[in-house]
Design a binder for this molecule. Sequence first.
Ligand code: NAP
Length: 210
Amino acid sequence: MSSISIIGAGNMARALAARALAGGNAVEIIGRDPAKAKELASALGGATAGPTGIAPAGDIVILAVPYASAAQIVSEYGDMLDGKVIVDVSNPFAPGLKGLVTPDGSSAAEEIAKAVPAGVPVVKAFNNLFARVLAADPAGDRPLDVFIAGDDEQAKAAVSAFIESLGLRPLDTGPLSMARALEAASLLLVGLASHSVKDNNFSLGINILS
Ligand SMILES: NC(=O)c1ccc[n+]([C@@H]2O[C@H](COP(=O)([O-])OP(=O)(O)OC[C@H]3O[C@@H](n4cnc5c(N)ncnc54)[C@H](OP(=O)(O)O)[C@@H]3O)[C@@H](O)[C@H]2O)c1
């Protein structure tokens, strides 16, 4: 069991929190609008609503906010994040889903990592799953895949254990710089959703031949 704080109270926060609770994790929801955070926590049952401005309670802090806000949020927390593992789920889409807004040769996760205190690890995860898919019970005979990337092996192990507790399969893709590929892969997903599948009810997964 992990202790999780989720910053944000939107679609991804709801889907992650519901699964985390079902997996027996302690879940704190932190929203800039305390009423919204409280409402989500009580709707889910079993989660707490944490105040902003003090250290998150969880050992793993999930940023379920837009990329444009994420770096500023972690900067404001500053040293209160010492000892935590930060999980970035963001997709830094450009308007019209025509590309990514991150600087060339970087990713949202790497930009966020520059804003956290030294030594606080950032792990990219969950950005390749539509909130709708994450919220649904996995169909079929195998768990959904969650691609992760990060430079800190211990942090990736902690996030992987959390992912397994959600009934999902963590797949390590390598260092944090692989977040560039994971964020680009989300463009692939939205391209498929709008051009061929015509829905966002699917996921990206890996078939390993035995
Ligand atoms: N939706 C998906 O299918 C999906 C899939 C993969 C990854 N993602 C990523 O997940 C993240 C969240 O997406 P979402 O769909 O959950 O969005 P959402 O439903 O719009 O929720 C975003 C949340 O972030 C909060 N927020 C926004 N700016 C903030 C700020 N400056 N300070 C504090 N909180 C702030 C919002 O607060 P208020 O409620 O007060 O507005 C809201 O609770 C994004 O980075 C997105 O790229 C989404």
